[in-house]
Design a protein around this ligand. Structure first.
Ligand code: NAP
Length: 254
């Protein structure tokens, strides 16, 4: 059996209607997992679930919309997943927000709070909802999609970077807390990836050229290039890894 096999596993991924989340859902389905597609828009989630069911067999994917800022909606997502698939083996906290671009001094309080709520507190909520069944089974993997922004200073997306650094600390704390029950908690820190989320950063040719020049692999990444790490962290291949952050950035932070 492959170390990366996910047959019989149920993987719930937030923000999986497009970008890194969608690519990760497809990659997990390709390894035999059942996947739960979620974002704020039910129709977009339905379309991705239909695509996955067409490719990997009916019953591989279900779609449940949930805004990560809404605690009741997250509980509904967990309840519907248990109703549809009976369990959650792997949780991927992937959705995040970044409504502000500019110096730290100028950030309105409500936008700063939204970033902290959506990128940190919502992960804490969702993990807390899922972890009891993982504890009972003494098995589970939780993946938080952080960012290399959490490893560096920034003059324009500082609050977002604070939230992504906090995600790495959340993983370390929870790895200690849940490790004795064989639940692993890790982060992935992508560099610049070609998705809608980062469009402002890669849409401008001059900015991309500048970025590429300082990136050893001389290009930005594709969502599929993060999905392999999600499969790795979800699977037995990473059984002895917890509390860590995997940097996948074409080498830009070295
Ligand atoms: N792209 C990059 O360069 C990059 C780099 C480092 C880290 N990341 C991280 O990677 C993760 C995924 O981003 P991405 O680049 O794949 O973005 P993306 O392609 O824009 O996808 C974002 C996904 O999250 C959903 N979403 C957004 N706000 C949400 C909310 N409040 N509640 C629930 N779902 C929500 C979106 O669907 P709806 O809009 O329909 O809700 C969509 O499915 C994020 O945590 C981001 O911080 C990205």
């Amino acid at each position: 059996m492959s170390l990366f096999d996910l047959t019989g596993k149920v993987v719930l991924i937030t923000g999986s209607s497009r970008g890194i989340g969608k690519a990760s859902a497809i990659a997990c389905a390709a390894q035999g997992a059942k996947v739960v597609i979620s974002s704020r828009k039910q129709d977009a989630c339905d379309a991705v679930a239909a695509e996955i069911n067409a490719g990997f067999g009916e019953g591989t994917a279900i779609a449940v919309a949930a805004n990560i800022s809404d605690k009741a909606a997250l509980q509904h997502l967990v309840d519907e997943t248990r109703r549809g698939f009976g369990r959650i083996d792997v949780l991927v906290c992937n959705a995040a927000s970044n409504p502000y671009y500019g110096p730290q001094a100028g950030i309105p309080d409500d936008q700063f709070r939204k970033i902290l709520d959506n990128n940190i507190i919502s992960n804490h909520w969702l993990i807390s909802m899922v972890v009891p069944e993982m504890r009972e089974r003494r098995d589970g993997s939780i993946v938080i999609v952080s960012s290399i922004g959490g490893l560096r200073g920034s003059t324009v997306i500082g609050a977002y970077c604070i939230s992504k650094a906090a995600d790495m600390q959340l993983a370390r704390n929870l790895a200690h807390e849940y490790g004795p029950d064989n639940i692993r908690v890790n982060c992935i820190a992508p560099g610049l990836i070609k998705t809608d989320f980062a469009k402002a950063l890669w849409d401008d040719e001059a900015k991309v050229a500048e970025r590429n020049a300082t990136t050893p692999l001389r290009r930005i990444g594709e969502p599929e290039e993060i999905a392999g790490a999600v499969v790795y962290l979800a699977s037995a291949a990473s059984a002895f890894m917890t509390g860590q952050t995997m940097v996948i950035d074409g080498g830009v932070t070295i």
